[in-house]
Design a protein around this ligand. Structure first.
Ligand code: RNT
Ligand code: ZN
Length: 414
């Protein structure tokens, strides 16, 4: 008997069917962010990151060109299990001859077609998209859609509209709706004299952006935040602002696990929103003391978050996207570790006796819930994970790939 066959029997004793867990896991798409490969720099002219976010570390080997990033993505995706989408930011436009002539407010689908070609070539499930409201000279005093300056606001509204059009094409081309996430860094370092007006301007700007978007192929979302670096006192797009906006506009909320106070957890917020929304989007990240965007690992909060998706049958209602960027370690290893951690957390949730645990809760039997939860921590999930990988011609021993990336790629990027 193989280790998997043994594990299958052990789980079956508790009513957990490993075969259906494996099937369900292979069907849950994870949207992988393109920006781990180049420290969120992009191709459209900026050479540093700004907008309250920061990558830290100077590990060698950052992808510096579209060719380098595409080739790193191919290598990384080849060792990521499961169903994957690629999440692209507008600053990753391939402008070609338009470079220096066409600005973000006039980007078109053609500037992103190579991303769609890449997604098709790699057999991805879809493409997701984000307007880039940061790291650009049109950010006036660090503000975009909430700026008091008419011209600045108009530029960013045009950018948002252009992105929704591009997304509709991406969705159609991939035959899978494109999630478009709106995050803006707008906020103030010090105590504002007016907290309402910036929010009213943002609300009006969002209304304009969303006017007439393609409902069949685009799923717009808004991402809130608690604070950014240099913007510690006030964030225009706060949690309350966007939750109300999304509900009123009939769009989606995106919860980034690094965008709340340190004792707040998205594993509790997700089921709150599932009570009201058809879909909820996630940016799974690992905040360490702040929105540090460390690579996600199989920690307790990631497991709790995955449990909420699985036991509420929210596989299709939850749009799982990743958002981390560590520049202090091998970037391929960072990318792949995060994707694998997400899937391990989902598998962990799939291998729990969820129906029984719910029944016990209704019987107020928290004694047995504790007993089972502790018991399941030592169940042979690793053997099921290995089987999941084996069926996709992958393995849990992938260190060689990291080493060959070091010697074949990083060593040549001096
Ligand atoms: C910033 C947000 C946002 C970005 C990406 C690059 O705090 O999390 O989602 O990380 O859009
Ligand atoms: Zn995010």
């Amino acid at each position: 008997m193989t280790r998997y066959e043994q594990a299958k029997e052990i789980y079956a004793k508790y009513g957990v069917d490993t075969e259906s867990a494996l099937k369900r896991l292979a069907n849950i798409p994870v949207s992988v962010h393109c920006w781990q490969g180049d420290d969120v720099i992009g191709f459209d002219g900026s050479d540093s990151l700004s907008g309250g976010i920061q990558t830290t570390g100077n590990y060698p080997g950052r992808a510096r060109t579209p060719e380098e990033l595409f080739s790193d993505i191919k290598r990384a995706f080849a060792i990521m299990p499961g169903k994957k989408r690629i999440n692209v930011h507008a600053c990753y436009a391939l402008l070609g001859a338009d470079k220096g002539k066409v600005d973000r407010d006039a980007y078109e689908y053609k500037h992103f077609k190579p991303w769609v070609d890449l997604a098709k070539e790699c057999g991805m499930d879809g493409v997701d998209f984000n307007p880039t409201f940061f790291a650009h000279p049109m950010m006036k005093d660090g503000l975009s859609l909430s700026s008091p300056d008419e011209e600045t606001r108009a530029f960013w509204i045009r950018h948002g509209k252009a992105c929704l059009k591009i997304a509709a094409e991406m969705g159609k081309e991939m035959n899978s709706p494109c999630m478009v996430n709106i995050w803006i860094p707008d906020g103030y370092k010090d105590i504002p004299a007016d907290r309402l007006s910036p929010r009213l301007r943002l609300k009006a700007a969002l209304d304009e952006i969303l006017d007439g978007y393609d409902k069949e192929w685009v799923i717009p979302a808004v991402e809130s935040k608690v604070f950014g670096i240099g913007l510690e006192s006030y964030t225009v797009g706060s949690n309350e602002f966007y939750q109300n906006y999304a509900s009123q506009a009939g769009i989606c909320c995106l919860l980034d696990t690094g965008h709340y106070h340190p004792t707040e957890v998205v594993s509790d917020k997700l089921p709150a929103l599932l009570a009201f929304y058809d879909k909820v989007a996630l940016h799974v990240s690992r905040p360490v003391r702040w929105d540090s965007d460390h690579v996600i690992i199989l920690d307790d909060e990631l497991k709790e978050l995955a449990k909420e998706i699985i036991r509420n049958d929210a596989d299709e209602k939850t749009l799982i996207g990743l958002d981390y960027f560590d520049a202090s370690i091998n970037r391929l290893c960072a990318w792949v570790t995060g994707v694998r951690s997400m899937q391990k957390a989902l598998l962990n949730a799939l291998l729990l006796p969820n129906a029984e645990l719910k029944t016990l809760q209704n019987q107020n039997d928290f004694t047995k819930i504790m007993y089972l939860n502790e018991k399941f921590k030592c169940m042979p999930m690793g053997d099921v994970w290995e089987e999941y990988l084996r069926r996709q011609n992958l393995s849990d021993d992938w260190w060689d790939e990291v080493e060959s990336f070091e010697s074949e790629v990083i060593a040549n990027r001096k």
